[in-house]
Each structure stands twice: as C-alpha cells, then as structure tokens.
Design a protein around this ligand. Sequence first.
Ligand code: GDP
Ligand code: MG
Length: 166
Amino acid sequence: RSGFVAIIGRPNVGKSTLLNRVIGQKIAIMSDKAQTTRNKIQGVYTTDDSQIVFIDTPGIHKPKHKLGDFMVESAYSALREVDAVLFMVSADQKRGPGDNFIIERLKKQSAPVFLVINKIDNVHPDDLLPMIEDYREQMDFAEIVPISATEGNNIENLLEVLTGYL
Ligand code: GDP
Ligand code: MG
C-alpha cells in the first residue's frame, strides 16, 4: 500500500514534530514524479509493505493577504492529487478562523480527510470529547485520531488507520 498524503493545519499545531517522528528514508524513484511545483515532499514513511509520501500543499493555509484566483486554484489542485489529507489541530486550542478556513476548503475535495488532534498530553481527557464533537459537526472526517507527537502516543495507530485507506 502506498500513497501521497498532505498534512495541513495552522502554524505550531505540531506538523513538523509528527513528520520528524514518522519519517524514514527518501525514495529517489518516487521523488521525480512527486516533486511538482504544486507539492513539496516533506518526507517518506516506509515499511516492508507500505509507503506514505507526506507532502506540503502551499496556499491552503489562511492567507495573510488576498491571494489571486490562480493561487487558490493551485492549492485546490494540489489537494486533488493526494490520496488522503491529514488535517492537524491542537487539543489545547479552540477551533478558530484559521481552522474554519481550512475546513471550508477540505469540504470541496474528494480524498479522505483525517482529523488529527495533537498535543493530547496537554489537556485533560474530559476536554477532548467536546472538541471531537465540535469538529465532527463541521464536516465528515474519515477518522478522528487523537495523538501526542512529542510523547509518541497513538502514532502507530494513526499510521495504521491511514495505511488502511491507501
Ligand atoms: P508546526 O508549525 O505545525 O510544524 O508545529 P511544530 O512541529 O513546529 O510544533 C510547534 C510546537 O509545538 C513545538 O514547540 C513542539 O515541541 C510543540 N509540540 C508538537 N507536538 C506536541 C505534542 O504532542 N505535545 C506538546 N505538548 N507539544 C507539542
Ligand atoms: Mg512546521
């Protein structure tokens, strides 16, 4: 099983921390094909029977100033090329305009979207459930996976669930 997975979310939610934790070696054969102007390989997760190429999708984040139609369309196109999207949020931050901006765009594309709630080590378990409920009302996520990228909690499960969709 293999595929391209975009990882998106507001700054500081822990995207780089997660990638640093899961990424193994780069695969030269795939990089030629994948490294387009619209997406940038951030790393490749490889096991004996699976390979996940994590890519960045520039332009999907809430713009600081108005983007032209071309750039917005470019971000949409990048999302159309991926097999799954990881939308990462932080358990210790309420859903905000930056998250809503991303959610509105994620509703318009077809690949499965996983909500990854990171930093669960920072919150009381009782606070996690209302957050899951809140996000569930916003859109239809393929799966909702709480993790801690720094502690390593539930990362194996995330990769397993993700691989199951590829
Ligand atoms: P990015 O901007 O989304 O790439 O976020 P980073 O990976 O750079 O992380 C931003 C900050 O959040 C850093 O200080 C990380 O150490 C911290 N961080 C990331 N994951 C976790 C986590 O699971 N728990 C806690 N407590 N902090 C985290
Ligand atoms: Mg980062």
